[in-house]
Design a protein around this ligand. Structure first.
Ligand code: CAA
Length: 278
């Protein structure tokens, strides 16, 4: 983590993540000034996810250039992502990446380590210095739903279909999706969605707080661009400090949160109006 931060402070650079390696993992990554775009790029397989893809996401996070303020995560083709590559359920697994049967044979420490590495691909999307936006069309199933949940905001097309399918397959959602889901929709609705593995479509997603905005499919890219313009219109350091405050709000008492607001504001005032002549 410290190494990744140091790398970002050195200016990070998109070259650190080889485009060829990412392409092999089914990813594209582009940086345009303050905006980074990650594209899941296996449309013929509905952007099914593999451990190589999760490592690629983690590497992008580690080398994200420091100037980036907004990260867009999107999927090529008709679906955002159809979840984990179903070859994981076969004895052969995904070539070079194992299978669920091989994972089942790992000792607990090795399994935890492997899962932690996969989860790193999702967790960095919550960093205070950035705002992450999932642009979601079509199916977002299992790991696909969890990747959308890993982002700060979800802008969705009106054909969106969220489904937490893991319990139907005998598994639990383990790619960091359960906490944001509960925080967004509440415990009862999260239980309903996960334990029935039912599909949540656009109107419900908007109503229960899973999606910030629903637009017609053809308008998805434009709606994301509009949101990026709004996000970039505020002061970058104030935005990061405010995100830190908002992220910590649930775990603090009102008095603790008030104190945290004061501490952040003191830093802002010093940065904006402090005497630099000394
Ligand atoms: N893994 C691997 N391949 C997949 C895939 C997946 N998850 N989802 C789709 N594909 C492949 C299909 O096999 C098909 O390949 P071929 O053309 O070579 O036959 C291609 O993508 C297109 O798929 P469909 O023809 O089925 O496309 P569709 O648009 O009619 O349907 C879909 C799309 C509803 C998403 C359907 O493909 C589907 O149900 N996919 C499986 C979804 C699923 O069960 N995912 C696992 C979720 S659980 C999870 O993610 C677990 C976890 O994190 C631990």
């Amino acid at each position: 983590m410290a190494e990744a931060k140091a790398q970002r402070q050195r200016g990070g650079n998109a070259e650190d993540v080889s485009a060829a390696t990412l392409a092999e993992a089914g990813l594209r990554f582009e940086v345009d000034g303050e905006i980074a775009t990650i594209t899941l790029d296996r449309p013929d397989k509905r952007n099914a996810q593999t451990s190589a893809m999760w490592s690629g996401l983690a590497r992008i996070g580690d080398s994200l250039p420091e100037q980036v303020r907004v990260v867009v995560v999107k999927g090529e083709g008709p679906s955002f992502s159809a979840g984990i590559d179903l070859r994981m359920f076969t004895p052969e697994g995904v070539p070079g990446q194992g299978s669920f049967s091989s994972a089942a044979r790992l000792d607990s420490t090795s399994f935890e380590q492997r899962l932690k590495e996969a989860q790193q691909g999702f967790l960095w999307l919550r960093r205070p210095e950035i705002v992450s936006i999932a642009a979601v069309q079509g199916h977002a199933i299992g790991a696909g739903f969890q990747l959308a949940l890993a982002c700060d905001l979800r802008i969705v097309a009106d054909d969106v279909k969220f489904c937490m399918k893991e319990p139907a397959l005998g598994l639990v959602p383990d790619l960091t999706g359960t906490k944001p889901l509960v925080e967004l929709v509440g415990l009862a609705k999260a239980i309903d969605i996960c334990l029935t593995a039912r599909t949540v479509e656009a109107e419900e997603a908007s109503r229960i707080g899973l999606a910030e905005l629903v637009v017609a499919g053809g308008d998805l890219a434009g709606a994301v661009q509009d949101k990026i313009a709004q996000l970039l219109s505020t002061n970058r350091d104030a935005a990061a400090a405010t995100k830190r405050l908002l992220q910590g709000a649930r775990s603090r008492t009102l008095e603790e949160q008030a104190a945290a607001e004061g501490a952040e504001q003191a830093l802002r005032l010093r940065a904006l109006f402090g005497d630099t002549s000394a």
